[in-house]
Design a protein around this ligand. Structure first.
Ligand code: ZN
Length: 268
């Protein structure tokens, strides 16, 4: 079991059912599904932060249909040779990628701020430590992880560096410039290319870029898949309702998935 720390006082947590406790008397219940909520009420920015139950279900349906399977395979292939023992997956959602990472890393922790996503993950994937928590203050001890992954999730670089051992790795996946171009065209008319390199400067100190890959392939989406995709896509709600409705009527919609995968190594 990796070393967890109390989100309130940063003392070590004794991780034992039915509740995790620190020496200062803070305690966090292990939920029926097996996850632990380490998000203190005062750290919540809204009543239910993160994804809604509907968007979580849509995401699960879309991912289970295999549309992003090539990405899932690419990240596990990239991690396998590292022979890591511990991994923290930040913004893990309902665990689609986390469960694949668990096939190549024995001790995996999945962290997400959205409780509905963690509930779904914990019900489905056993053998992984599932936590509701904040990425800005990771509930893990310093130098306790071999790998920290963030797929389409925030990059709290200082916290990642703190929990990684020297020589540990950060895996980052972001949308590549042409990702879902025609979907975004349908939603907004005009499309701005994603900028997968804009965060690189954040890793300039203390890390080196040791791997980089573009995962790119065509996608043909049924009407249901397109609806699920729009429900899980963070920018879809910004589109005009009539544009979105028009797009949702499409069947056999052709687009392209394009992901930027990067691997950084923490310098000693
Ligand atoms: Zn405490």
């Amino acid at each position: 079991m990796p070393a967890f720390i109390c989100p309130l006082c940063q003392s070590p947590l004794l991780a034992q059912a039915p509740s995790w406790r620190c020496e200062n008397g803070h305690s966090f219940d292990v939920a029926r599904e097996g996850y632990v909520n380490l998000l203190p009420v005062q750290h919540k920015k809204s009543k239910s932060p993160g994804d809604t139950p509907d968007s979580v279900q849509a995401r699960r349906a879309f991912l289970q249909a295999g549309h992003y399977q090539p990405l899932r395979d690419a990240v596990t292939d990239l991690l396998r040779p590292l022979a890591a023992l511990t991994l923290l997956d930040l913004g893990c959602g309902e665990g689609y990628y986390t469960s694949a990472l668990h096939e190549v890393v024995p001790e995996v922790t999945g962290l997400d701020i959205a409780k509905p996503a963690i509930q779904l993950a914990a019900r489905r994937f056993k053998g992984i430590t599932w936590l509701v928590g904040s990425g800005s203050l990771l509930p893990l001890a310093a130098q306790s992880q071999d790998v920290v992954s963030s797929l389409f999730s925030p990059l709290p670089v200082a916290e990642m560096a703190r929990v990684l051992r020297p020589g540990g790795h950060v895996l980052v996946v972001t949308p590549a410039p042409e990702h879902l171009w025609t979907v975004r065209e349908g939603l907004f008319g005009e499309v701005r290319a994603h900028e997968p390199d804009k965060f690189l400067k954040d890793f300039a100190e203390g890390f080196e870029l040791v791997g980089r890959e573009l995962v790119r392939y065509p996608l043909t989406l049924t009407q249901q898949a397109l609806k699920d995709l729009l429900a899980m896509t963070p920018y879809a709600w910004k589109a005009k309702a009539e544009r979105r409705a028009l797009l949702e009527q499409q069947d056999g919609f052709a687009t392209e998935a394009a992901f930027s995968v990067m691997l950084f190594r923490k310098l000693a």
